[in-house]
Design a protein around this ligand. Sequence first.
Ligand code: SAH
Length: 366
Amino acid sequence: MRGHDPRGLDLVGCLRGEVEELAGELEQPRYRGRQLFRWVQARRETDFGAMTDLSLAFRERLPPVAYVGRPEVSREQRARDGTRKFLLRLEDDEEIEGVLIPDEDRLTACISTQVGCPLACRFCLTGLMGIRRNLRAAEIVGEVLALQDALGEGERISNIVLMGMGEPLLNFPEVERALTILCDELGANFSPRRITLSTAGHVPGIKKLAESNLGVNLAVSLSATTDAVRDRIMPINRRWPIAELLQACREYPLPNRRRLTFEYVMLESVNDSDEDAARLVRLLGGIRCKINLIPFNATPDLPDRPSPRDRIEIFQKILHDAGLTATIRESRGRDISAACGMLKTDAEKKRTATAPVTATQGPKTD
Ligand code: SAH
């Protein structure tokens, strides 16, 4: 990165130690680097001029060695339920989406890790875009900081879910770096327990995550109980089938009292039968986990239909009766296409808007 960008290094993507080193290179004591890190990550300052407790001599030497980048909010939409969706423009004009989801006791930021996604899950709008590129750590951290910037005094993001656009485990080095920065106690100081990484089932990535000491929660999007069905709706299954995926889950070192989450998008007559529920019980036997049943968010661009509510409830009851914990995810921000699987850049929307629309919009918020 350094040397390519005339502005130098984006400090938002630098670990605390790296900022300390930079201070050293500029003939400053290390603690000055620590202060600079705190300005960037905890106080979210982007202007060196405002960092008044750093010496003028230090501040004046920072550009062109370093700068503080920030994705720009190019559009914001608010749903009736308080969910806010942001379109964020990156330095190369690519766009990603990030969502703020307020709840009674938490405020969750749903963050993207790639521009688009290569996995092409049949039920996911981002999958239709294909992959444009990975996000850099600075951009992933920048998303969180930009969403926090959009909040008022006294409102603080409490949880982060990597459930926006992209497959986080296909961009593991940058995701790992971003999460390390976000959890630094001199920075944004997120607890890893309040961060959830969600994967479509990239087995080598799950192993890498297991070996890292990030300590974040892991969610696995399963969404089928047979390889025949999963191959069709999640092509990644052809590479890492269910047995291999669940083996990696069994081997995943879970801290005490923590559980894996399995996400299961409910698609009518595809994966929502009583037999599916019974097979799911068998598959997940012996794994400390909870299951999140996600009502499918249908759009005219996607072929499937959502399972009826009573079907989801019967499915849940079969899981409950077998002793599993299963919740039905409440769909948030549906009226602004901010719900699960509905994230897609504007550019892409314009492209598909020219295609004939054959179905009406799905139901509004619940
Ligand atoms: N690639 C990662 C994270 C992004 S998707 C993963 O697959 O887990 C985040 C969640 O949204 C996944 O559980 C995915 O199955 C779900 N999802 C995708 N499209 C959806 C849709 N149209 N309706 C409901 N959930 C969807």
